[in-house]
Design a protein around this ligand. Sequence first.
Ligand code: SF4
Length: 904
Amino acid sequence: MKDITALPALVPAGHGAVVCDEACRRVGQEESRRIFRSGEALVAHAAFVAGRLKVAPGKPLYDVLELFAFVRPGMPCVPSALGIARALGLGAPDAPEDAARSLRTSALKLLEEIADSPEAIKAGLRPLVHTLSTAGWRWAAAVENIIGPVVLQNAPLAGFEVWRKLPVWEDEAPPGKPSSLPVALEESRARLARLVGSAGEARPEQRAYADAASYAFTPRERAGAPRIALVEAGTGIGKTLGYLAPASLWSEKNGPGLWISTYTRNLQRQIVQEIARLYPDPAEREDKAVVRKGRENYLCLLNFEEAVKRTALAPGPRSVALALVARWIAATADGDMSGAGFPAFLASSFALREITDRRGECIYAACPHYRVCFIERIVRRARVAPIVVANHALVIAQAAQDWLSVDETTDTPTERRVRYVFDEGHHLFDAADSGFAALLSGAEMAELRRWVRGPEGRARSRRRGLEERLKDLVEDSENARDALQEAVMAAGALAGEGWMSRLGSPRGPGETFLAAAYAHVRARSEDKDAFYSLEAETHPLGEQIIEAAKHLGAGLKRLAAPLMRLAKSLRAQLNDKAAELEPYQRARIEAAARGLERRGRIILPAWMAMLETLETGEVLDEFADWFEIVREDGKDYDVGLERRWIDPTIPLANEVLAHAHGALITSATLRDASDDDGDWQSAEVRTGAHHLPEPPKRASFGSPFDYAKQSRVFIVKDVERRDPDALAAAYRELFLAAGGGALGLFTAVRMLRAVESRIAAPLADAGLTLYAQHVDRLDTGALVDLFRSEENSCLLGTDALRDGVDVPGRSLRLVVFDKVPWPKPTILHKARRARFGKGYDDLLARLRLKQAFGRLIRGASDKGCFVILKAATPSRLLRALPEQAPILRCGLAEAVREIREFLG
Ligand code: SF4
């Protein structure tokens, strides 16, 4: 067995790495690569390190992050040496040398923890460690050495059958419909005082905010006319506790039916922490509040079992990753793979989506793991929990499908949603934009074809088609069996797996349409070989594509009809066999019928309507349609026809808000800052409130921060932005002046990469680590976690990253935009500009600036600088920033001096 203490520890730094054995030394890239490739080194997150060193992952290494995931499964950990050290309570290594040294200390501490664990735990680990040893896990020998001799197993799944120990969920009686008892202001204020508790007294603004929020919890007086409160609250008001006060009282009085929805996961976590003040006892909290995400976020035990069997535990990183997932399954309370405790770094070893239920292939009660399934458990909890914390995308997806679930012939409880709190309400427009979109693309068609027919021309797996999934449900009905056969035949019209490689010789109507769409987009594009996605209008069209649309439309119609007949037949069973069906059987039949109806009544008709518009040439007022080739870094990923609502708040108002009794829509950036006269038009237009019969109640509360003292804004006039060298030099000097804690936002990925490649080394020489979206092999959540955890690191990302960067304190003290964040002039944007007027561009740019500035100052002691590297930034846009924030238009050198002095 290898002596761990003799292994060098390697942490990337600057052009190469820091390597520590007896002593620490800086080594160049070649030497770093050599050590990395040897496999004989301690690292944290091997895939990330490989990316940093620009070397292909080779031999497995002693990855301390893997050891952490094995020893402390389910515990949140930022995926770096620093993150591991912090999670283990070993302090916070600052310099790369400290970080490298900490790797050995962390590894030894983790191994010690195994040694100190009780014999029963060690015995439980042996089968899995045996498997890990076979799989080639570098830590296996060290762990085996501690836990004792390995018991050889014959069972192929030894150590992986974690589902055997998971708790079984129980059904609960339906909670009944929520009532409408009001919440008095006095009660709400008293609750707020209790919530603020030891944190101090509620401030007058926070009390006023809670009062304004209470309107959303007053009884509705007219069906279809919910009580809507639009409340803007500057950063620092304390809005979460402000709305939790009336919201929690409402749910206690009226029963389940309150959904709190956010846009970012981070805010979800914060809300859960605040709810803990209300219900400090964990058992009570578990009953009172639940975090509900889309099912694609949760682990599917059956898919996990299949993945383990498919891997056959062959040596390699995939088997190691699955074993570490097995450890996590045994530790997680909710199976949430997007939660903080999931070892997301394993995504570099296998596609995590394999072990979720993204494709709607769940077989419900027919699944051997149904009674311990995480998803089934969370859905049941959400039905009875007084408070559900969710996200905008899920709320919109659920609302859009609600009418499928309303089946008065059954008494299966569904989730009640009568009161909403939409926090981060400024994102509702975008969430509705995606939630109510229709996309007829190659990837979508292939997915539907697979859902109906199962995988074709490949080894069989559980990923089976309708025939396999529903065979026991249709065996008694000839009609149902015929409909099923017809659907399977008709699905042949859809594009099949590998369609992208057949664009030159398409098979069937779906692929013919895609080939025509691909040719059309390239023909209409100015630069058909551009690096990123291309799009083209749907008018005028050539004969070939119109003909292809006609054929595909007919094919889709032939598929929709049998899917609906099949759904009808399944629903009939619910009545015919009412006396004999167990609740779980009813649930399965309902779920199957809903899946068929969703495709036969929503997805396929939406596709057919889009194709029909192509045929008739009709221009629809409410939609924007276009063709698109989805391309990243010059590689094509998808081709299709897309339809969006020009004003997606119309379906948002009709399908979500109008069905509620009340909704609070709140954010720090609801209104366009140009609304000097208190005009709320922009907030209403962006949230859909103006589509409802009753006007919303509006209120706004300014931030308590002293922006004159705490912030500085610089419009830098002398940077030649189109010259990557000049732009990179500006970022470098600004980041150095701030001493790190800097976020650089870009409107184009190519420019981001150009800057990153030029400034990473000089920043590293100054002791500043640079992370970059689209460069580092990490998801954006992990990048932000790393950035947040290090006070002096820097992060580059596209403009869309800004909302995910919730980094209070000194870790974020400088934000730099490469230019004014104007919206891209896409076909969709042009349609919206025509609808909402020429001020629409200004509105979006101002909101983006306002949101980005809002990231900077999160507390009374924060100081921050905001820089736009564009001389011609119009003054009218700067009204987005707080009035008191001092704005200086100056050269780069002056900005650098000022920033150094201000933040120094
Ligand atoms: S019930 Fe469905 S989601 Fe749950 S484990 Fe089984 S197949 Fe997966």
